[in-house]
Design a protein around this ligand. Structure first.
Ligand code: GLC
Length: 634
């Protein structure tokens, strides 16, 4: 059952009421030709304003509030500032009527504890509620694999691993838990799910995508959206979801992106391809009632998405019927051609409703006010954007419940949440090779040697977008490393030695070598060479040279080039970026769970084959899309 049909019905009513009520308001506060301050609209005083009546239909609350707002109050709602830009003087929130705050990747209070996050959120919210109309803030964050900025929160496998599970029910459960943990810090809005359909694994955001297959992306994205938004967006444990980055972020051409890579580059395809591959997940997300969409940094055939009115308004609104809010990406409107004034004009008129400024919000506010006063951005466009933003705030219940529900704060990182994450890890692992049925391993071997720099490194196994934007190394948060998980799983008599470089393995029953990519995010992860590092290859070789069977576990945000070495590996398990619950890897290694994961991306033989995707004519990968072994008889 689509949990959110109400959104669609309500959204359809808003424009009608806009015209009726805001027509009156427009006459009262139409932008003067000269830059005189806009008068406060004259609306008949009532005992209790309609917009504050929780029983009134949302569209009536929106229309009533809009009619009371000045131009500056409206523009403030369209402004999203980074927390670091206001944290030193939170009164700026009230002074400028800022409608939204975000945490960019890793932007956290100190100490980074759930309680400190909740205190920070409530401190900001108090400022917003002190304004003339008391419009609450909406706070956004990249909770993209759990509440990953917060120390102690459960970090789930990144989307590439969820794609390998092919389990939408699991994804919905992960969304529900993530929403609860996010809400436990007060925050209302996640910039997730990424519904990119990555076509070229050299892209640093491949792991943020579920798959190269738009159908699998749509299925998993809808499940996460349902988990985040639930059946009742006004519940204290649900948050607003964001489908991103609209549209075609995963289809850019190599060499057109940042620093000659792919990220933020130019997608050079015809419209039929854009619709078939990259738009399809948005059709599903909109039908599932996603509350917001983030525009993409990237371009389509040379036009920046943030200025593409055809796709942002005609297609997204007119064809797909999206009624939620469109937020820009980080400082993305600045990349539009022309000066800042033309950037703001182009983006707002194209269909951006809220601008992630994120720092110089005063410049944004002044620029947009001038554009409206000069008649270059119509007041109808402002009212349309602000109406969508207000609708989200009413739907979230922020006017009735603006502060953190502290009963949720202590549930962040709960054991039952970690169990779900462990299950997700188990289901995400893909077994690509298992010579002589080496796996599963007995739990009572004499001696196991574990090797590789990724075996005992929580930061590495979480990947990017974890505690910091780029991710980190070592004990960056709470969790279980793969080495710890192996030690937890085996019997007391089994000796488990850790040899980071793989030396000293002779005499062991088996060598388990955990290698792969170190964390990265966005353009920092664009690579032209996807082979394993010489150190990783040397580590594997050291174990092999000791004459023991070798199990290779890859920690990676994408398929890597491994064909030359593969025949020397007895078993190969791909763990992707599993997150904090490494015990799920041991569950598969020792047979408590037989691997069920299937490749969500085609696994190329060589760099020269990339891009290579299912459906290509000359399709000859090392492992095809959907490939994955299991254990004999399981
Ligand atoms: C980043 C990313 C986007 C993220 C936003 C806020 O640049 O492109 O995915 O949601 O900024 O952190």
């Amino acid at each position: 059952m689509n949990p959110l049909p109400l959104h669609r019905k309500m959204f359809r009513l808003i424009p009608v009421l806009f015209i009726v009520i805001t027509g009156v308001a427009y006459a009262a506060c139409a932008p003067p030709k000269s830059p005189a301050p806009t008068p406060t609209p004259t609306v008949a005083p009532t005992a209790s304003p309609r917009y504050l009546d929780p029983n009134a239909p949302i569209e009536e609350r929106v229309a009533d509030l809009l009619a009371r707002m000045t131009l500056d109050e409206k523009i403030g709602q369209m402004t999203q500032a980074e927390r670091s830009a206001i944290d030193a003087d939170v009164t700026a929130i009230a002074r400028y009527g800022i409608g939204s705050i975000l945490s960019g990747g890793g932007s956290a209070p100190s100490p980074n504890t759930p309680e400190a996050w909740a205190d920070m959120y409530d401190r900001y919210q108090k400022q917003a509620l002190s304004t003339r109309l008391g419009i609450p803030l909406i706070y956004g964050i990249d909770a993209v694999h759990g509440h990953n900025n917060v120390r102690g929160a459960v970090v789930f496998p990144h989307n590439i691993g969820l794609g390998a599970t092919r389990d939408p029910q699991l994804a919905e459960e992960i969304g529900r838990i993530t929403a609860l943990e996010v809400a436990g810090t007060g925050i209302d809005w996640t910039f997730s799910p990424c519904v990119a359909v990555p076509q070229d694994e050299r892209w640093g955001r491949t792991y943020e995508g579920f798959s190269e297959d738009p159908e699998l992306v749509a299925t998993m994205a809808v499940a996460l959206i349902r988990g985040y938004q639930g059946d009742d967006l006004s519940s204290s444990t649900t948050i607003l979801a964001t489908a991103k980055h609209y549209v075609g972020d995963g289809g850019t051409a190599y060499g057109t992106g940042v620093r000659g890579g792919l990220d933020q580059g130019d997608m050079r395809v015809d419209e039929a391809t854009l619709r078939r591959i990259h738009l399809a997940p948005y059709v599903a997300a909109v039908d599932a009632g996603v509350g917001s969409i983030m525009a993409s940094f990237s371009s389509w055939n040379g036009q920046k998405m943030h200025g593409n009115r055809y796709l942002l308004t005609d297609v997204l609104r007119g064809e797909l019927g999206f009624r939620g809010l469109v937020v820009s990406d980080w400082q993305a409107i600045d990349q539009l051609p022309g000066d800042y004034r033309s950037d703001v004009k182009t983006a707002i008129n194209a269909g951006i409703d809220m601008v992630m400024v994120p720092y110089d919000y005063v410049a944004f506010i002044n620029t947009l006010r001038q554009l409206v006063n000069d008649g270059e951005v119509p007041m109808e466009r402002i009212d349309e954007a602000v109406g969508r933003i207000l609708w989200a705030k009413f739907a979230l219940g922020l006017f009735e419940r603006p502060y953190t529900d502290r009963t949720l704060t202590s549930r962040i990182g709960a054991p039952e949440h970690r169990e779900v994450a462990r299950r997700a890890v188990r289901q995400s692992l893909v077994l690509l090779r298992n010579e002589n049925n080496l796996l599963p391993l007995p739990k009572n071997l004499n001696r196991i040697v574990v090797a590789g720099l990724h075996a005992d490194n929580l930061g590495y196994q979480c990947g990017g977008w974890t505690i910091t934007w780029q991710g980190g190394s070592g004990d960056i948060t709470e969790g279980t490393t793969i080495l710890q998980a192996i030690r937890n799983a085996v019997s007391a008599g089994t000796k488990v030695d850790y040899a980071p470089d793989g030396t000293g393995a002779s005499g062991a029953d088996v060598g388990i070598v955990v290698v792969g990519e170190t964390p990265y995010a966005e353009f920092e992860g664009d690579r032209h060479d996807l082979t394993l590092s010489p150190d990783d290859l040397r580590t594997i070789q050291n174990v092999k040279a000791a004459g023991v069977p070798v199990v290779v576990i890859l920690i990676t945000g994408r398929p890597l080039i491994i064909e030359p070495e593969l025949e020397n590996w007895d078993a190969l398990l791909v763990a992707w970026l599993p997150g904090t619950e490494g015990q799920g890897v041991a569950d598969v290694l020792f047979g408590d769970y037989a691997p069920t994961g299937k490749l969500p991306y085609t696994w190329p033989r060589t760099m020269e084959q990339i891009p290579i995707n299912i459906g290509d004519s000359d399709y000859d990968p090392l492992f095809p899309y959907g490939f994955g072994l299991s254990y004999p008889g399981r």
